[in-house]
Design a protein around this ligand. Structure first.
Ligand code: ADP
Length: 479
């Protein structure tokens, strides 16, 4: 196929921008040059920020019902474009078209539907006063101009996690996706135009870290929404000054298999949590902590469940796992597996790049047993298709291992003992504890928050984060 020339979306217009550079992007699926996208200049960024300011000043005065109607129009138009945009997502990101990309795009539109419901119920309060002639109430106002700096694993969904509730509450956005996964998002921006989003309320400027940094330090940006690695998150926090922020970063999700667990179900969940999106999910199964009594049975069940994983062309309907998205991620897998093996772990399956594919990004589904806690595979987020198995003597040790990670996002526990399930929920430091399902369990409206400073809330709680609480005080005349 011939490569496509993409444009930036600024102030409601499609533009090549005023910069001299462009990014040339190749597909992880085919290796082909699929698109070129201009690199924005500082003047382009300034123009987007000014347009965003005008848009939020306008939408601030809309009623919640008017903004909800806009979100519902977006949601309706979105659904008409799902299959077409899902094809682009597969080509640029690598996730299987039938098994994942279609649902991924469809669910990304649900953020508008949910925000339209939530915003109509976002209430203030009447506050009691000490004097009879005063009345005091609170009302929620939009924060203003947001820069949403988003990653490549869910290139449409994650931006919409910000834009849905943010637009519903009257905020405007400069979305900065990575330059190498921005095509599907730019394609969906046509829906914003059609739905009547005010020009400048949603701008899309793809780019690398330097464009992100220009937004983080921009005086016209009020708030930062960031999803990405903890390393980048730390840099952003050190540069953003007093801007408001929502920071969502790495996870190292443990899945604990207790001594009484349904081992087959646990193995299937561990395998799913490792191959879904080729493991490139912040709540993927990053560590499986198995009680020693059921270790052998679990390993056997995992190897069996892994036989069902179909690595292949993500456009083929039988494929359940496509390539990794990029070379640094593949290199991280290489590094983590080599390090674990050097420290005594046993690679039972996979552990290397697959042969015979158009790019070097197709990775064999991998199972590693006896993973030591001090290995990179255990300590850090691997972000690849791997089930790392650690062994614990008892429940207390399993919980202690789970908690020794500095990344506490989602955890899963397999047990049929109700008391044990509650015990683990009480003792594991994680934003979500899931009993008898994958760490990858996910609902669009679920509160999703991390312990240990990794993530902040989603769901209904999220919509409030896009607002400032304003207090209005009346001093009335005594009659
Ligand atoms: P990942 O490891 O998932 O690629 P990153 O944290 O590197 O995550 O990237 C997430 C987002 O942050 C991307 O849009 C990326 O371009 C952006 N980014 C990277 N470095 C910076 C930076 N120094 N300042 C602002 N944004 C950045």
């Amino acid at each position: 196929m011939a490569a496509v020339d993409l444009k930036l979306f600024i102030a409601g217009e499609w533009t090549e921008g005023t910069g001299d550079d462009a990014y040339e992007i190749h597909s992880p699926v085919t290796g082909e040059h699929i698109y070129t996208v201009p690199k924005a200049s500082q003047a382009d960024i300034d123009r987007a920020v000014e347009a965003a300011r005008r848009a939020t000043e306008e939408m601030r005065h809309w009623t919640a019902f008017e903004r909800a109607d806009l979100c519902l129009r977006i949601h309706r138009l979105w659904q008409e474009r799902v299959e077409e945009v899902a094809r682009i997502l597969t080509l640029e990101q690598g996730k299987p078209y039938k098994a994942e990309a279609i649902d991924d795009i469809a669910e990304s539109g649900d953020y508008f539907y949910i925000a339209a419901e939530d915003v109509k119920r976002l209430k203030g309060e009447l506050i009691p006063t000490t004097e009879r002639h005063r009345r005091m109430f609170t009302i929620r106002r939009p924060v203003g101009v947001w820069a949403a700096i988003t990653p490549w694993n869910f290139p449409v969904m994650i931006p919409m996690e910000y834009v849905g509730p943010g637009l519903a509450t009257g905020n405007s956005f400069i979305v900065k996706p990575p330059e190498f996964t921005c095509w599907a998002l730019l394609e969906m921006a046509k829906v914003f135009e059609e739905a009547g989003v005010p020009p400048g309320a949603i701008n899309i400027i793809p780019g690398a870290g330097d464009i992100g940094e220009a937004l983080v330090t921009h005086a016209g940006v009020d708030a930062i929404g960031f999803t990405g690695s903890s390393e980048t998150g730390k840099k952003i926090v050190s540069k953003m000054g007093l801007k408001r922020s929502i920071m969502e970063m790495s996870g190292n999700g443990p899945l604990i298999v207790a001594g009484d667990a349904d081992v087959t179900a646990a193995a299937e969940a561990a395998v799913y949590g490792a191959y879904y999106n080729a493991g490139q999910v912040c709540c993927a199964t990053e560590r499986v902590i198995v009680l020693e009594d059921v270790h052998d049975a679990f390993v056997e069940a995992t190897l069996k469940a892994a036989e069902a994983v179909r690595l292949g062309d993500p456009f083929d309907e039988a494929t359940t796992m496509g390539p990794l998205n990029n070379e640094p991620t593949a290199q991280k897998m290489d590094r983590h597996i080599a390090d674990a093996a050097a420290k005594g772990a046993k690679v039972l399956m996979g552990g290397k790049r697959a042969e015979g594919f158009p790019t070097r990004l197709y990775y064999e589904f991998t199972v590693v047993d006896q993973v030591p806690e001090d290995s990179l595979l255990s300590r850090e987020e691997s972000f690849g298709p791997v089930v790392p198995i650690l062994v614990a003597r008892d429940d207390a040790e399993a919980a202690a291992i789970a908690n020794r990670s500095h990344l506490g996002l989602q955890a899963a526990v397999f047990t049929n003992d109700l008391s044990k399930a509650f015990w683990y929920a009480d003792h594991i430091r994680a934003g979500t504890v899931i009993v008898n399902d994958s760490t990858d369990f996910w609902e669009t409206f679920q509160p999703f928050g991390g312990a240990a400073g990794t993530e902040t809330g989603w769901g209904r709680q999220r919509i409030e984060e896009f607002t400032d609480l304003q207090t209005v005080v009346f001093s009335l005349r005594e009659l």
